[in-house]
Design a protein around this ligand. Structure first.
Ligand SMILES: Cc1ncc(COP(=O)(O)O)c(C=O)c1O
Length: 389
């Protein structure tokens, strides 16, 4: 049976975990709120089309991406739900957004005026971005909000259907800056008819911690994938999150080396005794970057250390004994009683969990699981996508 890839390295995406995280979040925020599933950056490395489908089936009302190309790619794959582009679309491309029925984000009055000038046919549906303190995109004061409303009222081809902001510190225990941003938001949205618009301010952290502050929608990103928005708020999460992403490969070569013999580039690792060394076909070109040297992976349910430098396509591990070629090696995920979490990998890299699945490159095939069965395999290297029943 074909597996859709010819190299024993793959990421597994547990779509049931995503389904469960969404359903728990929906219960938590209540029926008045709708959920916008954030599937930008290929769904944080998990696979945008499969995550989008799962999220919509689990009750998400809308999808959000960062760029117009991401929205078009979802449309081309047959996704028909509302899609919001959170980032800046080039004003000259808004006709394409209209053509694909994609909701744009107006990042300033200037942007809106330029965008309106490029509409030849149809209407541009958009949300207005409010910069309450993130300092990234959006209108910053009430005067500009009123100018946008005025300009909008005179343009037949513009439809202002929503407004939103983004919090810079919703994942921190100290809420001083969050409170400041929230206050500014309340002030900026005074001019809107809140019943007629989609108003959203919450990312995962806001939704998990302050469900009463969401207006009518939440943008659910990192926690849809089963990850906590920060370590700080992990102890106070309102329901358990289920990690969806795991990464596996298989030993391709096993040998003994003698004391003082070296391993990998730079010959930095020297065996202290007779040692079993396994070669693992994953490297920094897969996103398993060189800084992950000196960390562990799982073999036969036990932690084994990476030895020597990580190469572009391979690295070596020290094995406790002669282990058969073809044995599964888990870089992220569970094996028997052991678990290497995405948070653990992020800590080793001195970064945040968001970055870890995003950095596992498209060279690594994604295998999608439902009820422990493979339902689809996606290998971006081969021109076909193989669906398995
Ligand atoms: C504007 C915007 N909204 C929502 C999100 C989702 O946030 P989170 O992944 O923390 O839920 C992001 C993520 O970067 C974002 O940039």
């Amino acid at each position: 049976m074909t597996t859709g890839f010819y190299r024993d390295t793959w990421a597994e995406i547990n779509l049931d975990a995503i389904d469960e995280n969404i359903k728990n979040m929906k219960k938590h925020i209540g029926t008045e709120q709708s959920l916008i599933a954030v599937v930008k950056a290929n769904a944080y490395g998990h696979g945008d089309i499969q995550v989008a489908r799962t999220a919509l089936e689990a009750g998400a009302a809308m999808l959000a991406v960062a760029f117009l190309d991401e929205a078009i790619s979802l449309r081309e794959a047959g996704v028909i739900s509302p899609i919001l582009v959170l980032g800046a679309i080039r004003p000259k491309d808004v006709q394409i957004a209209i053509q694909y029925n994609v909701i744009a984000t107006a990042i300033s009055l200037q942007w809106l005026k330029e965008a309106a000038g490029h509409i030849r046919e149809g209407k541009l549906n958009y949300h207005l971005k409010l910069d309450t303190g993130m300092g990234r995109l959006g209108v910053r004061d009430k005067e500009e909000v009123n100018d946008v409303i005025q300009f909008n009222s005179k343009q037949k081809n513009l439809v202002l259907s929503g407004a939103f902001t983004h919090f810079a510190t919703a994942d921190e225990i100290n809420t001083d800056y969050f409170d400041e941003q929230y206050k500014k938001l309340l002030n900026l949205i005074e001019a809107f008819d809140l019943d007629k618009m989609i108003i959203h301010c919450g990312n995962s952290a806001t939704g998990l911690r302050f469900p009463e502050k969401l207006f009518n929608s939440v943008r659910f990103g990192i926690s849809m994938y089963g990850l906590s928005p920060s370590n700080e708020i992990k102890p106070e999460l309102p329901f358990p999150l289920k990690e969806a992403f795991s990464l596996h490969t298989k030993l391709v070569h096993v040998k003994t080396i003698h004391a003082q013999e070296k391993v990998s580039y730079g010959a930095t690792y020297s065996a202290s005794d007779e040692e079993w060394i396994g070669t693992v076909p994953v490297g920094y070109a897969d996103g398993w970057i060189r800084r992950l040297r000196d960390s562990d992976v799982l073999v036969n349910g036990k932690r084994v250390p990476i030895v020597g430098r990580i190469c572009m396509d391979q690295f070596m591990v020290r094995l406790p004994e002669n282990i058969k070629v073809g044995t599964v090696v888990t870089l992220i995920g569970h094996q028997e009683q052991e678990f290497i979490s995405i948070d653990e990998v992020a800590e080793r890299l001195d970064t945040i969990n968001y970055e870890v699945p995003c950095t596992i490159t498209s060279r690594v095939p994604r295998v999608y699981l439902k009820k422990n069965k493979i339902i689809e395999v996606e290998n971006s290297l081969l021109p076909h996508k193989i669906r398995m029943k």
